[in-house]
Design a protein around this ligand. Structure first.
Ligand SMILES: [Zn+2]
Length: 448
């Protein structure tokens, strides 16, 4: 039976609207892993049956929510860089995936991804990749919360050959994990350009009937939008709207090339936007108009995308970059202030995933999904403003402890549910296998 926890921290940020930062508070977690109280430490009755955790000069805050990624692709980190999206996918990523991606590739890739994510403060991740049953199982085994959006794409892979097969296999993953408290399963149609209208309409109908969410790459590049207009006479968002895809269950990833009409349609529908600043910058896709989306009242979340286009999974880096990029692109330093940026990675992310009743803030009754950030380091001193410090000065390395549903996943920087040395050895073995098959001599076969 898990033990109740009492965490005593110098600083607590709950993530709820206008909550500010509380000083010297104690958070109590019941034995189910749910938050049952938050009160000044002086007034906290010390329960003799609870594990007492003294956090000293730490900020206790909600764990971060990485709303978009392809965790297994971490095995392709640094494999093909400095390319635009289309040649990157068509000439490098898709052929390599076709050759190597199987169930074991996914399990091993997800494990190295989770090791990095946990150590940098992520407690929930959303994932779109082949063999989603393996992703769900690996996350469940590690104790990390995960929203699997099972892929549906007009490209045959080892997991499925046709959109119909992707759909039926994905729905059976949903059945397998339906009683899991950590895993949720939604639709992951890859993009408007990789499926035909009939298939998209079918997914919209099923999502409606089954009350499931949808996550999709939308308006990622300018050529994607221009090509759709040329072929269909309308922009992809207009097509998705016409086919019934948009609504509060819809998670639109990237959203870089947007007209005023596109933004109005997204706002009116209540769809969410997941911003992936590093991936958009690295592939030179463009800049998501965060300021315009905020002004339209759209809920914004944040994702790393896959490590093959980032090349890290550190959400602290992404939050900082999102804030800086929004300021630069709007030519206004007040755009996306520190708390708004952090909101995208906490409660905004939970809302986008439809999990804000369960996680995303340190609120009564929610799961105790939380991290402790250490302020002792020189880079974190002096401490005028804890939120400013974690957004602008901090990085993932300052995360010292992490819990999901009250279960400790990181203790003093050490992973508790994953065997890090073994995971690293396995990733190195995959590098050797993949490098051995690579024809591009620009990447020496024998060097890491
Ligand atoms: Zn992606």
């Amino acid at each position: 039976m898990p033990t109740p926890l009492e965490l005593h921290a110098a600083w607590v940020y709950t993530g709820d609207a206008n909550s500010g930062v509380l000083k010297n508070h104690t958070l109590c977690v019941d034995q189910r892993g749910r938050i049952e109280a938050l009160l000044p430490t002086q007034e906290a009755p010390r329960n003799p049956n609870a594990q007492q955790i003294e956090l000293g000069n730490h900020l206790l805050m909600p764990g971060l929510i990485n709303c978009h990624g392809h965790a297994a692709m971490t095995l392709l980190r640094g494999f093909a860089d400095d390319l635009a999206l289309t040649p990157w996918l068509q000439n490098h990523i898709w052929p390599t995936e076709g050759r190597w991606v199987d169930g074991d590739f996914v399990t091993d890739g997800v494990n190295i991804a989770m090791a990095e994510m946990i150590k940098t403060g992520t407690t929930t991740f959303s994932d779109q990749y082949f063999f989603p049953d393996r992703t769900a199982q690996a996350a469940s085994d590690a104790g990390l919360r995960c929203q699997v959006n099972f892929p549906i794409i007009n490209v045959p892979t080892q997991w499925a050959k046709t959109p119909a097969e992707y759909l039926s296999k994905g729905l059976s993953v949903r059945d397998t994990f339906k009683s899991s408290e950590l895993i949720s399963v939604i639709f992951g149609p890859h993009s408007p350009y990789s499926l035909d209208e009939k298939e998209i309409a079918k997914i919209a109908t099923l999502a409606n009937e089954l009350e499931m969410g949808i996550q999709m790459h939308v308006h990622e590049t300018r050529p994607e939008v221009l090509h759709a207009v040329e072929m269909n006479g309308e922009r992809p968002i207009a097509t998705l709207n016409r086919l019934g895809m948009l609504g509060p269950h819809m998670q639109c990833v990237h959203m870089v090339w947007l007209s005023k009409d596109d933004i109005r349609v997204i706002a009116d529908s209540g769809s969410h936007v997941i911003h992936c600043p590093s991936s958009n910058m690295k592939l030179a896709s463009g800049i998501c108009p965060v300021n315009d989306l905020l002004n339209a009242g759209i809920n914004l979340a944040i994702g790393t995308d896959g490590a093959a286009s980032n090349n890290g999974l550190n959400l602290f880096a992404e939050v900082r970059l999102a804030a800086l990029l929004a300021k630069l692109s709007s030519e206004d330093p007040a755009t996306l202030n520190a708390e708004q940026a952090l909101h995208m990675a906490t409660l905004g992310g939970a809302k986008a995933l439809g999990l804000d009743h369960e996680t995303g803030s340190l609120s009564y009754g929610k799961w105790a999904d939380m991290i402790a950030v250490n302020f002792d380091a020189a880079a974190m001193q002096p401490l005028h403003n804890p939120i400013s410090q974690v957004v602008y000065a901090g990085h993932g390395a300052h995360v010292q402890h992490s819990w999901v549903a009250g279960r400790c996943l990181l203790n003093n920087g050490k992973l508790q549910t994953l065997d890090e040395p073994q995971i690293i050895r396995t990733a190195q073995a995959w590098r050797a296998k993949i490098a051995g098959s690579k024809s591009d001599t620009a990447y020496p076969k024998d060097t890491p």
